[in-house]
Design a protein around this ligand. Structure first.
Ligand code: ADP
Length: 248
């Protein structure tokens, strides 16, 4: 079976807005444990693709499967999240008036109301999960800091940690390093590399240097289709890709 080890199947997906095809029979596969970067000029269809995968936009045609048998096109956004797909939007959304640790507790509890969650005792297992995540995102020392007092980069890492509380199998990350300092960019690269393996990570990013530093496989979208796919070296020497980027 050629699909063995594939976690995400996007096949022949077409999305039209008033006759304009934002996605045009897009086909793309993501392997289990992979760290994939999606690049492409503005308007290429990157956001629309993420919207289709997460149940925010329904395509006109095509199929999208998660794992071996979850038909993503039958699920709404909350159910896609429950199925194991976490999405990190560009702008961090954390509970500014709660500590880093409380933010993770709240994320672990899902949509339940704030105070009962914070007064509930954590099990040993839950506590360990939060501690591990704090280490992973580099905020163990900041566990009692109010999220509102964190730097922009730290807020981004916290939000990734919050997504990890639901133990997603696939993490979709939109432009994680926009607005970060060079040191934060470097730490974000390390974090994303560490996250892959146990789960799959798909990153949409404009910063080419960053993409080069993290990606094994890069997919270039253009006009709603895959223009090229492969290693960064292969992509950068592809005349089709060069033409699209020079024309931007
Ligand atoms: P990217 O994220 O790669 O910049 P998008 O997926 O946001 O690209 O957009 C792809 C194309 O679809 C663009 O031309 C955009 O203007 C168009 N588009 C996206 N969403 C809508 C919408 N809700 N209504 C009309 N056109 C849209």
């Amino acid at each position: 079976d050629v699909r063995h080890g594939t976690v995400l199947y996007v096949e022949d997906i077409t999305v039209s807005f008033d006759g304009f095809k934002a996605l045009d029979a897009l086909t793309l596969y993501v392997n289990a444990g992979e760290l994939r970067c999606i690049i492409g000029p503005n308007g290429a269809g990157k956001t629309t693709m993420m919207d289709v995968i997460t149940g925010k936009t329904r395509p006109d045609a095509g199929r999208a499967w998660f794992g071996q048998n979850i038909d993503l096109l039958t699920l709404d956004e909350p159910r896609v999240a429950q199925a194991g797909i976490g999405r990190k939007f560009q702008k961090p959304t954390v509970f500014e008036n709660h500590t880093v640790h409380e933010n993770l507790e709240l994320a672990m509890a899902g949509a339940r109301s704030v105070w009962p969650v914070l007064f509930a005792r954590l099990s040993g297992e839950q506590s360990a999960h939060i501690d591990e995540t704090l280490e992973l995102i580099g905020l163990a020392e900041r566990r009692h800091t109010l999220a509102g007092a964190l730097s922009h980069g730290q807020k981004q890492w916290l939000e990734i940690g919050m997504l990890l509380m639901q133990e997603p199998e696939l993490l979709l990350v939109d432009e994680p390093v926009a607005g970060m300092t060079p040191q934060e960019v470097e730490r974000t690269a390390e974090l994303l590399v560490r996250l892959a393996g146990k789960r799959s990570v798909v990153v949409v990013e404009h910063d080419m240097e960053f993409v080069r530093s993290i990606a094994r496989t890069v997919t270039v979208l253009h006009e709603g289709r895959v223009l090229a796919e492969g290693s960064m070296d292969k992509i950068q020497n592809d005349p089709k890709v060069v033409e699209v980027y020079l024309g931007e």
